[in-house]
Design a protein around this ligand. Structure first.
Ligand code: S3P
Length: 433
């Protein structure tokens, strides 16, 4: 299979007003809940990424009619909580951990059997964190050796609600248990060591489910139905993150990122960048589909290294590739701790970011759960993204401050979360082909 590479180098100061694609987490959930609802739901701002399209394709395989009247819009003809049909083959989640883990919870409660598979990266990711509590609810699921996909789910089980405290803060696991809980006898209670993104809770409530939640605690009773509702997906903060860092580190830059979703469980990077001295202001704040949004105006500013507060880690769990690049261009070292989860994302993001920054000439000291990034002048070099979309985009940002060309290998997976990134970045002033 031939793969795509980028050649990235310093461009011009970054200028313009940019719109980010729809939020990935919200898009996955919108399709899932609309599919389970009674009635027809329209989703606007749906992320046309490979991950979320894989989820939509899976629901089509499960018998749900989904129309695409125009790009970024879906009309979902819900089949009701008991209306999914047995699939005719394995369900391919592609690169998407969110898709697979949430579906594990949902499919564990169906009358039929199913098999969830994924790409090479997803096939290495840990699934016991979701299968173990589901089995405690009465599910029957087999994983591959070592607790990785494929997941073979045996339907026809009768589930009972549990009270479960997550070992690692994970919105995906929490969401899987809540979805299974919709079908379980009694109440399902999920507690978290640190609050994670609450899109499942908010959106189930919007679909008419009685759910109690506050940060770190969510509970619902089984046997409820979902009522169709329209969903407006906000722009993805995790996609905006690359432009926030890029404009911060490239002298002369000023970007306006339109109506970005600012759910507080997602915006840890904003706080970290501001602690580093970034110049980011919010304008035209409001609500979009029940989520806070604002335009983010970011101007170049000198950054200083920080100790990233451990309490911020879950709120910026997807933003560490971008943070590492900001740290590389700061004055003084940046220390990350309490982020062992990064080792089991689409790639080992601590290891891959550290290796890439070393290739560009920096010193990075790694620990099992973090790293210290020592900033310095960035040289050119050849980087492997390990097929991780966020690593690829992060190094295209780093290249804007490099003295030479940065060759970034295997950038195909950028299409999982941010199709059109390269074109948008080039239009803003990135040196990138
Ligand atoms: C997500 C939750 C996070 C995040 C992922 C999307 C979600 O994963 O890293 O990109 O949509 O629930 P964990 O819940 O495993 O931390």
């Amino acid at each position: 299979m031939s793969t795509l590479d980028w050649r990235a180098r310093a461009g011009t100061p970054l200028r313009g007003t940019l719109s980010m694609p729809g939020d990935k987490s919200v898009s996955h959930r919108a399709v899932m809940f609309a599919a389970l609802a009674d009635g027809v739901s329209q989703i606007d701002g749906f992320l046309e990424g490979e991950d979320t399209r894989a989820t939509a394709a899976i629901f089509a395989q499960l018998g749900v009619r989904i129309e695409t009247p125009s790009p970024s819009r879906r009309v979902v003809h819900g089949v009701g909580i008991d209306g999914l049909r047995a699939p005719d083959g394995p369900l391919d989640c592609g690169n998407a951990g969110t898709g697979m883990r949430l579906l594990a919870g949902l499919l564990a409660a169906q009358r039929f059997d199913s098999v969830l598979v994924g790409d090479a990266s997803l096939s290495r990711r840990p699934m016991r964190r979701v299968t173990v509590p589901l089995v405690a609810m009465g599910a029957r699921i087999e994983t591959g050796q070592g607790g990785v996909p494929p997941l073979r789910i045996h339907g026809g089980q009768s589930l009972v609600g549990i009270e479960h405290t997550l070992e690692v803060a994970s919105a995906q696991v929490k969401s899987a248990l809540l979805l299974a809980g919709l079908y379980a006898h009694g109440e399902t209670v999920v507690r978290e060591p640190h609050p994670t993104r609450d899109y499942t809770e908010r959106m189930l409530a919007a679909f008419g489910v009685a759910i109690d939640y506050r940060p770190g605690d969510a509970r619902l009773r089984g046997g409820q139905r979902l009522r169709a509702t329209d969903v407006a997906v906000p722009a993805d903060f995790s996609s905006a993150a690359f432009f926030l860092v890029a404009a911060s580190i490239v002298p002369g830059s000023e970007l306006c990122l339109k109506a970005v979703g600012l759910n507080p469980r997602r915006t840890g990077l904003l706080q970290a960048l501001r602690m580093m001295g970034a110049d980011i202001t919010e304008a035209c704040g409001g609500m979009h589909g029940g989520e806070p949004v604002a335009d983010l105006v970011v101007r170049h500013a000198p950054l200083r290294g920080i100790e990233v507060p451990e309490a911020l880690v879950p709120d910026m769990i997807d933003e560490f590739p971008a943070l590492f690049v900001a740290a590389a261009c700061a004055d003084g070292p940046t220390v990350v701790r309490g982020a062992a989860e990064l080792r089991v994302k689409e790639s080992d993001r601590l290891g891959v970011m550290a290796a890439g920054l070393r290739t560009l000439g920096l010193r990075v000291d790694e620990t099992p759960d973090g790293a210290t990034i020592h900033p310095g002048a960035l040289a050119g070099g050849e980087i492997t993204s390990q097929h991780d979309h966020r690593i690829a985009m992060a190094f295209s940002v780093a290249a804007q401050r490099a003295t030479g060309e940065v060759l970034i290998r295997d950038v195909d997976t950028v299409a999982t979360s941010f199709p059109g990134f390269a074109e948008l970045a080039r239009a803003a002033g990135f040196g990138l082909d």
